[in-house]
Design a protein around this ligand. Structure first.
Ligand SMILES: [Zn+2]
Ligand SMILES: [Zn+2]
Length: 664
């Protein structure tokens, strides 16, 4: 009897695959159930092996219990992308695999991979009536240029805000659909899916697949299976859909490619943008990265002729971009973070029946709750962070771990009942504005007001149906949405970005300011953006103020090239957490001793992370920088092997964070 050996990736946080045997031949990519310890778990067949090493060591090889499906979970392009991702991000192969498998297929149940009995017709027809507007010259050129792309062909679609990138996406999708292909559109946030879905559903008759983490596992499985077997040909999804199997995929579009939300920062730390590019390369298909504020990483690739660049520089309605005004707040009284002059600017807009958008990157009422007598500050028991006072919930909340505490009536140190609320969040700004403009609707858009499914659509509808109104919100308000009635935007705390220790702080700040200004004034050439700052002379702020993002980004690129900062070098954080600081330090010091005498690598640390304690664990890292990615990859593999031998490793949790989003 023949015995076949297979390498299996199991759904456990382990850095290796395991060898199992079978008397039947099994195809690569099939799901199987295998014994693991005393449990039965799901695994994916990675490859067949001829002479397993373990046999020579007289080890025991267990048998595969059963094959679960007739169809492979992924075709070879996705398969290879997953292997690449595990290698590039140094993350256990089993976890990488399983993070792209729908939850329902990760456990042993009655679900299997097979075509569904259809309740809809998979045909996609174009609704010609939806094409009400003529394309602008720039849009037309972009569609023509991008339509000609064949094979792996990455393009930056640089379209200023309001230039009508979505129409370009729609027309390209139509072209690919007519050729019998399917299209995947990635968006950075769930909140941006309803408006895009609406545009696609207006243009195409037939089911459009929506895929994101707020859907039920069963719903997700259904969409996944339909896409895999060609019953859905247009998929709109967030980062979790990047490796969704889609029959005959012909094009990938990444909308708002610069957005940090494409990056997953917990567990398997990866960038869906980068994984999508790798996938397009494996699938040999074009990929379009759209943005009004492209990332430096993309701009560098354009400069090196690895990416094409297609521009849409004119706005659909011919309006001019809003004017950015820097407002010095050093000598002006602030009411809940809003300057008096800002209040009067708001008033004149409201009087005209128009809308104002206020951006503040902080939710809650006040970020600091402090005793007025001894200076005691309310902080989280398990994190290194101050508690934020939330007025509507009457709680002190940790924004790190979401623990809610009762609001102290008296100080735990001196028993004083006198408390200060320092700083402002969205709730406080809402309250201040409501008292100044009692007849105007104030619409707050933040994590707290949009938790419920469907709440964001309701809020957006309210904004569209109101006349004069003031919108107060966080990042959510800064992204992708169009608010035609807004003619004034205010950024309350841009200074966080100017003084931040993060490597890409300026890139992020310039993107934010341009994006916020892009929300405003569809039908008004006189829209304004007020940036409140204590650093009105700041050289970078004054460059961004011109509104010329590309010029500013190119200057950042030149500076980063000189300083050998990303995207001209690679950064990796070796992160480490444990209940004691000393365990972290011993582990990281030992890692440092291996890294420190290597020429091509710079290492800084061990350092406490910016958030040095989270959910009861202390957090430290080594900051590793190199100009040679392949060399770094080799060294990290060597380190991974070493870690497994060290007793120090048992006391801590560690991970590599490649191209980290922040050093938090
Ligand atoms: Zn006190
Ligand atoms: Zn906490």
């Amino acid at each position: 009897m023949n015995i076949f050996y297979y390498e299996i990736a199991v759904s456990l946080p382990l850095r290796q695959c395991f060898t199992y045997k079978s008397v039947i031949k099994i195809k690569k990519g099939l799901r199987v159930s295998v014994p693991f310890g005393k449990r039965k778990v799901i695994g994916v067949v990675i490859k067949k092996i001829n002479n397993p090493e373990i046999l020579n060591k007289n080890g025991v090889i267990k048998s595969i219990i059963s094959v679960l499906d007739e169809y492979s979970i992924f075709d070879s392009s996705i398969f290879n992308t997953i292997l690449w991702a595990s290698d590039y991000y140094h993350h256990p192969i089993g976890e990488v695999f399983h993070s792209f498998i729908p939850t329902e297929l990760r456990k042993i149940n009655d679900k299997c991979i097979a075509p569904l009995e259809l309740d809809t017709n998979p045909d996609i027809l174009v609704n010609e009536d939806d094409k009400r507007f003529n394309l602008t010259k720039d849009q037309d050129k972009a569609v023509k240029k991008l339509s000609n792309a064949t094979g792996f062909n990455p393009s930056l679609l640089y379209g200023v805000t309001g230039s009508g990138k979505t129409e370009v996406y729609l027309q390209l999708t139509e072209k690919f659909i007519k050729e019998g292909k399917s299209v995947l559109i990635l968006v950075p946030e769930i909140n941006l899916t309803p408006q895009l879905l609406f545009r696609f559903e207006s243009r195409f008759k037939g089911e459009i697949g929506l895929y994101h983490s707020k859907q039920t596992p069963l719903k997700r499985l259904k969409i996944w299976l339909k896409a895999k077997f060609g019953d859905i040909r247009i998929v709109i999804g967030t980062r979790s859909s990047v490796l969704m199997p889609i029959k005959n995929i012909g094009l990938i579009i990444i909308d708002e490619e610069h957005d940090q939300s494409f990056r997953q920062s917990e567990g398997f730390k990866f960038s869906a943008r980068d994984v999508a590019i790798k996938r397009a390369q494996e699938e040999k298909i074009p990929i379009i990265l759209g943005s009004a504020t492209p990332s430096l990483q993309t701009l560098r690739l354009v400069k090196e002729n690895k990416f094409n660049q297609v521009d849409i520089l004119s706005r659909v309605d011919g309006r001019k971009p809003p004017k950015l005004i820097v407002m010095d707040i050093n000598n002006t009284p602030l009411i809940g973070g809003v300057a008096i002059e800002t209040l009067s600017a708001i008033e004149s807009v409201i009087k005209k029946g128009e809308q104002v958008l206020i951006f503040i990157n902080r939710r809650g009422f006040a970020p600091l709750y402090q005793c007025g007598s001894c200076g005691w500050v309310a902080d989280c028991n398990s994190c290194d962070s101050n508690l934020v006072y939330h007025h509507s919930r009457q709680r002190l909340i940790c924004h790190r771990c979401e623990s809610a505490y009762a609001v102290n009536k008296s100080c735990p140190v001196c028993e004083s009942e006198d408390f200060y609320l320092h700083g402002s969040g969205t709730e406080r700004v809402e309250e201040v504005l409501q008292s100044s403009f009692s007849k105007t609707p104030i619409i707050r858009v933040d994590h707290d007001t949009t938790k419920k499914v469907g709440s964001i659509q309701a809020i957006i509808e309210k904004i569209h149906s109101s006349d004069s109104a003031i919108l107060v919100g966080t990042q959510m308000l800064a992204k992708g949405h169009d608010f035609p009635k807004v003619t004034l935007s205010v950024i309350l705390n841009a200074d966080n970005g100017l003084v931040s220790p993060e490597i890409n702080a300026l890139e992020k700040l310039s993107q934010l300011l341009i994006q916020v200004s892009g929300r405003a004034g569809r039908n008004n050439n006189l829209a304004k953006v007020i940036i409140q700052t204590r650093y009105p002379e700041d050289i970078n702020l004054n460059k961004i103020k011109t509104g010329d993002y590309m010029n500013f980004a190119n200057q950042c690129l030149t500076t980063n090239a000189k300083l050998n900062l990303p995207p001209f070098s690679t950064i990796c954080l070796l992160r480490c957490s444990s209940p004691t600081q000393i365990s972290n330090n011993i582990f990281l010091e030992r890692a440092l001793s291996i890294l420190s005498n290597r020429k091509e690598i710079n290492v800084i640390g061990p350092l406490p992370s910016l958030i040095s304690k989270s959910k009861g664990s202390y957090r430290h890292h080594l900051f590793i920088q190199t100009s040679s990615k392949p060399y770094l990859n080799k060294v990290l593999k060597y380190l991974t092997n070493e870690f497994q031998k060290w007793p120090e490793t048992k006391k801590i949790k560690w991970s590599f964070d490649i191209d980290p989003m922040n050093i938090n």
